[in-house]
Design a protein around this ligand. Sequence first.
Ligand code: SAH
Length: 214
Amino acid sequence: MNDSLRYNYKAIELVVRLKNKGIKDNQILAAIEKIPRHVFVSENLANHAYEDKPLPIDKNQTISQPYTVAFQSELLQIKPNEKVLEIGTGSGYQAAVLCEMKAKVYSIERQQQLYLKAKEVLSKLGYHPMLFYGDGYEGLPDYAPFDKILITAATKEFPKKLLEQLKIGGLMVAPIGDSNRQIMTVVKRIGADEYIESEHGAFVFVPLLKGVEE
Ligand code: SAH
């Protein structure tokens, strides 16, 4: 069996596992089946890429666990053509999932090396989200407002500037808490200064950090 077929079988098995864990959105499951996750990690980890686990990437960061990617994507309730801002591009895998969901994807990464790598990998696979090297705390005021915002790193609270860049009626999803443990939280903007929150279980993410690194 050639490598790509072998990886595709593994992706199908991963999708079965995610369904068993409660992921229902078929579009998300189809995206995970299609996207070659092994391309987003270093070659020596390729054989582990279809396990439901986070894996290390460069600069001491991680590619999120597939279940977490699927769960956050489901909470976002993405519809085609929505403008979605991701904070923490990392490997670019989550951005690829959002592209498969037909969102207009904007993603910010503070580590230059990860930003450059993600750009290369995503474009080789034919995905063309708008990628930015910068501090996600600032959001992207020039492109705001966004229908949806996704934070893929742990933060003590929803950053104020990101709340301001959310459309009224829009949703932001983030793991909120200290560095050991966070609660997946959804905030809906229901008015200029009105937001409602809901909580969706405990997770562990790498921290959201201020500023950029070269
Ligand atoms: N979504 C990623 C996983 C990200 S891990 C994926 O699919 O692979 C979290 C990422 O957030 C790391 O790459 C980290 O460098 C980045 N990050 C942390 N703080 C940030 C900030 N303030 N702005 C932008 N990116 C940030």
